[in-house]
Design a protein around this ligand. Structure first.
Ligand SMILES: Nc1nc2c(ncn2[C@@H]2O[C@H](COP(=O)(O)OP(=O)(O)OP(=O)(O)O)[C@@H](O)[C@H]2O)c(=O)[nH]1
Ligand code: SF4
Ligand code: SF4
Length: 293
C-alpha cells in the first residue's frame, strides 16, 4: 500500500497520455504540465502494473485530450487491470470511439460540457462543435460507459445562468449522467471569471433529498429529483487536499505528486521492476497537501 507522510492512502492513479488536444479552451490547465515525448503503450502498461502491485485501485486516463491518440484503445487495454479504468475527455471524438473503448475495458467517462449553446461552445473551446460533444455523450450512455460525468466549469459572466438548464439536461438521462459543477482554477488570464460555488452549494443542500460526502477529496454529491450533482471545489480548500488520494503521471513519464506543483516531479521513464517500485515510493513521500488550512 502507498501512504504518504500525511497519512493519505493513494488509491487513484491519473495518467496523462498526451498533452495534445483538438480544442483550445481558454481556461485549460492541461493537468498543470506540458509534455512532448509521449509514453508508448508498453511503457504505460509497465507503469500501470507497478501502481496496481502497490495497491492502487482506480486509474483515470487524462490528457490533453486522450482520444487524439490513435492507439487509445490499446492503452485502455493495458490499463484494464484496475477495479475501474475511466477517462476524462472533451467528447469530440467519443461518438466514433465509445463502443471500441467499452470493448477494450473502459468503465466510464467524464465529458467536459460547459454550455449547451452552440456559439458559446465554439467561443469557449476556440472552434469546437457542440453537436459532436453531445453525440459523444449519447453514444457513451448507449454503450454503457456510465455513469457519464458531465464536467461543467462554472464561470462568472459566461455560464452561471446555464447551471439549472444543465441540471435538467443531465436529468434527461435518467440516472446515467451525473453533473459535476467545477470551480474554475484561477489562472492569470481568467481571474475575473472565478465564481465561488458556496452559494450554489447552499441552494443544492436545500433541495437535495440526500447529501453524500465522497472519501475522495471530501466532495459532496447532492441527490436531487432524478439527478445527482457533484460539487468540485478545490480552490483554497484544505479539506479537499487533506483527503486527496491521487497521484499523477505525466505524458512523458514523470510522477507529479500534486496537480498544482511542478517542482517535485520524479522521472520514472525507462525504469522497470524494483527500480520502478522504489521510485514510485520515493515520489509518494514527496506528496503534501497544497492547501494546508
Ligand atoms: N486540485 C485538484 N483538482 C482536481 C484534482 N483532480 C481533479 N480535479 C478537478 O476536478 C475536475 C474534474 O476532474 P476529472 O478528470 O473529470 O475527474 P474527477 O471528477 O476528479 O474524478 P472521478 O470523480 O473519479 O471521475 C478537474 O478539472 C479539476 O478541476 C486534484 O487532484 N486536485
Ligand atoms: S478539452 Fe480539456 S485538454 Fe482540451 S483544451 Fe479544453 S480543457 Fe484543455
Ligand atoms: S491541489 Fe494537490 S494536494 Fe490538493 S487535491 Fe489537488 S493534487 Fe491533491
Amino acid at each position: 500500500m502507498l501512504i504518504d507522510r500525511f497519512g493519505r492512502v493513494i488509491t487513484n492513479l491519473r495518467i496523462s497520455v498526451t498533452s495534445r488536444c483538438n480544442l483550445s479552451c481558454f481556461y485549460c490547465h492541461r493537468e498543470g504540465y506540458s509534455a512532448e515525448n509521449e509514453l508508448s503503450v508498453e511503457e504505460i502498461g509497465e507503469i500501470g502494473r507497478a501502481f496496481r502491485t502497490l495497491g492502487v485501485k482506480k486509474v483515470k486516463i487524462t490528457g490533453g485530450e486522450p482520444l487524439v491518440r490513435s492507439d487509445i484503445a490499446e492503452i485502455v487495454g493495458v490499463l484494464n487491470i484496475f477495479d475501474e479504468t475511466s477517462m476524462t475527455t472533451n467528447g469530440i471524438k467519443l461518438g466514433k470511439l465509445a463502443s471500441e473503448l467499452k470493448e477494450a475495458g473502459l468503465s466510464r467517462v467524464n465529458v467536459s460540457l460547459d454550455t449547451l449553446d452552440e456559439e458559446k461552445y465554439k467561443l469557449l473551446t476556440r472552434g469546437g462543435e457542440l453537436k459532436k460533444a453531445l453525440n459523444g455523450i449519447s453514444e457513451a450512455v448507449s454503450v454503457g460507459l456510465t455513469p457519464v460525468k458531465l464536467n461543467m466549469v462554472v464561470m462568472k459572466g459566461i455560464n452561471v445562468d446555464e447551471m439549472w438548464e444543465m441540471v435538467d439536461f443531465a436529468r434527461e438521462f435518467r440516472g446515467d449522467v451525473i453533473l459535476q459543477l467545477i470551480e474554475l482554477m484561477k489562472l492569470p488570464w481568467n481571474e475575473n471569471n472565478y465564481y465561488d460555488l458556496s452559494e450554489i452549494e447552499k441552494e443544492l443542500k436545500k433541495i437535495a433529498s440526500k447529501v453524500k460526502v465522497r472519501n475522495m477529496q471530501r466532495r459532496r454529491q447532492y441527490f436531487l429529483d432524478g439527478v445527482v450533482v457533484e460539487v468540485v471545489k478545490p480552490y483554497d480548500n484544505s479539506e479537499f487536499c487533506k483527503a486527496c488520494n491521487r497521484i499523477r503521471v505525466t505524458a512523458d513519464g514523470k510522477i507529479k505528486p500534486c496537480l498544482m506543483r511542478n517542482d517535485n516531479l520524479v522521472d520514472i521513464r525507462g525504469l522497470k521492476g524494483k527500480d520502478l517500485i522504489s521510485a514510485i515510493k520515493k515520489a509518494v513521500q514527496l506528496r503534501e497537501p497544497y492547501y494546508k488550512g
